[in-house]
Write a protein that binds this ligand. Structure first.
Ligand code: IVH
Length: 666
């Protein structure tokens, strides 16, 4: 709108320059050259000089305004600037999601927004009645530094808001320098004989914290909006996506973002984001931020002292790091196996500080050619435990790693089975073994006794209160209260957990017993075939009636239940009231293929073998990887293997893929 008495050209020029700023800085699609732009700006400056009364604070000429120096005065934020909780694995994000779902009423299904975690400097911009009145750094979150003259020079920060602006707005975002601008700046710094900047983030930080805003202005910084502290008046926003859209309408640059429904879609997206999105972003990114989209839901979730519960940052783990091996220690596993563990100089890798790395066994040490004192490359991929990939430098005085002669936990004799790589402790009552046994027993996949973790197990075993599994079920509360730092509430919680574990399905209990060769899946099949009393009395032949039980597993089970201490354990567990009952088969007995066993060989054209397996399981059948006379059907895809011959020899029914499909989709 042209003010009366001044040439209309002034306001036209301002609008034109703002539009070019927008094209250049926000849309990344300039339509004029820098020289043409400078000419427009010069023309405006001349006109304003001729008509001083026309000058307004939001004119593009006022970005570097009147030689005002930045004073870095402390300013208190209207609302504290919090930080985000960091996660480093899909599992942690899933845990976050579980908490979100738990905290929301059942009727609320959250949708999520994924956007880049911008690696810049947090800043807050305050607008009153549409005009930029302040820019402040984050500082300690409560108060930051006033950098108003500097943020005014950022060309993608509107000095006045367009559209239906809130009457009061405190907008938050990151100040960044694009990689390309950073490289250009460094090239000219080098040419001028000056030290180059370390990275775009440091450079942006240094550029924003300048006394002279002219220096900031020359640095091409940008502001990317991602949240707000205050939003009063204007268009009401009800979701994060709504907020981002409104910001764009007001003239701000915002993050690209993706809306996802459901945790699986969300987590699946992370890989794509890393591979396809991040490499194409012009600014530095150190992960992604996930936010619950709906503000109503955000409000229900609220905040912890430091961060919102409705948002989480997911950082992509760096993969490798180098460090050196200071020592090798030996840990004793549940079955007595001695595992060498390298103690390394603490190093930050994939989001965690690593100070010890398993070496698995002595063959691994030989394969790596590892000596104490060597420099090594370690690797950690997501949730996977860290490992040593290779030795990258041997030290002169490197010491050889020797197997211990006695158990590091109980001093018992160390044995090595002929033909096996592992050394093990031969003492059946070795406390290290007992601790591992108890931890496994109480673990989530087994009896799921929460609060029965490493610390508790250490306390219970070291104080002599637990010396066998069954002792868990006869722990008096008074004994718990005698342990260091145990209070009424903690003891009650643990006892309630122990009580609840008595009702776990039999499959969990079988898994919890820790029978060699019997994992979660086998435990399930066993629990569907036998009660625990039946299982304890089963012969190898009885066991082998279950399709996936072969001779080795059958022997291991029979051997386990033969031991007198196991008999004693079962008697005590039964007396304690644990659930020994056989489980109902996972598919109802009347299902079309109940009791049948399928083996797949060769490649199927319409689906993966896993999918085919899921199909038959849904119909009550089982799958197996090996053929026996008990196999009901062999499904032969393209170029079937030796299983096809074996099926023929045993007279097992062989189905083509088409026949199989008819059977499962009648
Ligand atoms: S939302 C409660 N969104 O990361 C904080 N923050 O560690 C809500 N950051 O201080 C902020 N990218 O400065 C949000 N897309 C994004 C972000 C982002 C970077 C910064 C922010 C915050 C820090 C948290």
């Amino acid at each position: 709108m042209a003010a009366k008495g001044f040439p209309a050209e002034i306001e036209r020029l301002r609008d034109e320059i703002r539009a070019h700023d927008r094209r250049y800085y926000i849309e990344d699609a300039p339509v004029i050259s820098d020289t043409e732009y400078d000419r427009l700006l010069k023309r405006l400056q001349d006109l304003e000089a001729a008509h001083p009364g026309s000058v307004r604070p939001d004119s593009p000429t006022q970005r570097v305004g009147g030689g005002v120096a930045t004073d870095f005065k402390s300013v208190k934020h209207a609302v504290p600037m919090l930080s985000l909780d960091n996660t480093y694995s899909a599992d942690e994000v899933r845990q976050w999601h579980e908490r979100v779902v738990k905290l929301l009423p059942k009727s609320e299904t959250p949708a999520f927004v994924v956007e880049p975690k911008v690696d810049g400097l947090s800043c807050a911009l305050t607008y009153e009645n549409g005009l930029l009145i302040r820019g402040a750094t984050r500082g300690d979150g409560e108060a930051g530094e006033d950098v108003t003259p500097n943020v005014r020079t950022l060309k993608n920060v509107p000095l006045s808001l367009s559209g239906r602006a809130p009457s009061r707005l405190e907008l938050r975002g990151e100040v960044v320098m694009y990689q390309a601008d950073f490289e250009a700046l460094n090239a000219s710094e080098l040419k001028a004989g000056r030290e180059p900047f370390v990275n775009p983030r440091n450079c942006a930080a240094g550029s924003l914290r300048q006394k002279d805003p002219k220096i900031t202005a020359a640095r091409r910084l940008r502001f990317i909006a991602h949240s707000f502290g205050v939003w009063e008046g204007g268009k009401a926003v009800e979701s994060h996506t709504g907020f981002l859209d409104a910001c764009a309408g007001l003239g701000f640059q915002t993050n690209p973002r993706w809306r996802k429904n459901g945790i699986d879609a969300l987590v699946d997206f992370f890989d794509q984001f890393r591979e396809l999105v991040i490499p194409n972003l012009p600014f530095g990114v150190d992960g992604v931020v996930v936010k619950v989209d709906s503000y109503a839901q955000q409000k229900m979730l609220g905040f912890t002292a430091k961060s919102p519960r409705w948002a989480v940052a997911f950082k992509y783990p760096a993969q490798q790091a180098s460090t050196s091996v200071d020592a090798v220690e030996f840990s004793v596993g549940r079955t007595g196996t001695i595992t060498p563990v390298a103690k390394v100089k603490p190093v930050f890798c994939a989001g965690v500080t690593i100070s010890s790395v398993t070496l698995h066994n002595f063959d691994e040490i030989a394969r790596l050619g590892l000596k104490i004192g060597d420099r090594v490359m370690i690797e950690r991929a997501g949730e996977v435990i860290p490992k040593i990939v290779k030795v990258v430098g041997s030290s002169k005085g490197g010491r050889e790693i020797k197997a211990p002669k006695t158990c590091p936990s109980c001093g018992g004799r160390i044995l090595k089975e002929e033909g096996f790589v592992a050394y093990y402790c031969g003492n059946p009552s070795c406390p290290a073994q007992l601790k591992r046994t108890l931890l496994h027993f109480a673990s989530r996949q087994a009896m799921d006794i929460q609060g029965f973790g490493e610390e508790t197990v250490d306390q219970l075993v070291d104080s002599g209160r637990v010396s066998a599994i069954a002792d868990i079920y006869s722990l008096p509360k008074e004994d718990l209260l005698k342990l260091a730092l145990w209070k009424e509430k903690k003891a009650d919680n643990l006892l309630a957990q122990i009580e609840a574990s008595k009702n776990r399905p039999l499959s969990k209990l079988i898994n919890a017993l820790g029978i060699r060769q019997v994992g979660e899946k086998t435990a399930e099949s066993l629990a569907e075939g036998f009660s625990l009393d039946e299982l304890a009395a089963a012969s190898p032949e009885d066991l082998r009636r279950i399709p996936e039980i072969g001779p080795v597993v059958a022997e291991s089970i029979v051997g386990f239940f033969k031991a007198p201490e196991v008999k004693g354990l079962l008697a005590k567990l039964k007396k304690a009231g644990l659930n020994f009952k056989k489980m109902a088969p996972s598919a109802p007995a009347g299902s079309a293929l109940a009791g049948k066993t399928f083996v797949f060989t060769g490649e199927l054209s319409g689906m993966s073998r896993d999918e085919a397996g899921e199909k038959v399981k849904a119909l009550g059948a089982k799958t197996s990887s090996s053929i026996s006379a008990k196999t009901s059907f062999v499904v032969a895809g393209d170029s079937p293997g030796s299983k096809y011959q074996k099926a023929k020899a045993l007279g097992v029914t062989i189905l083509t893929e088409a026949e199989f499909l008819k059977l499962v989709n009648p």
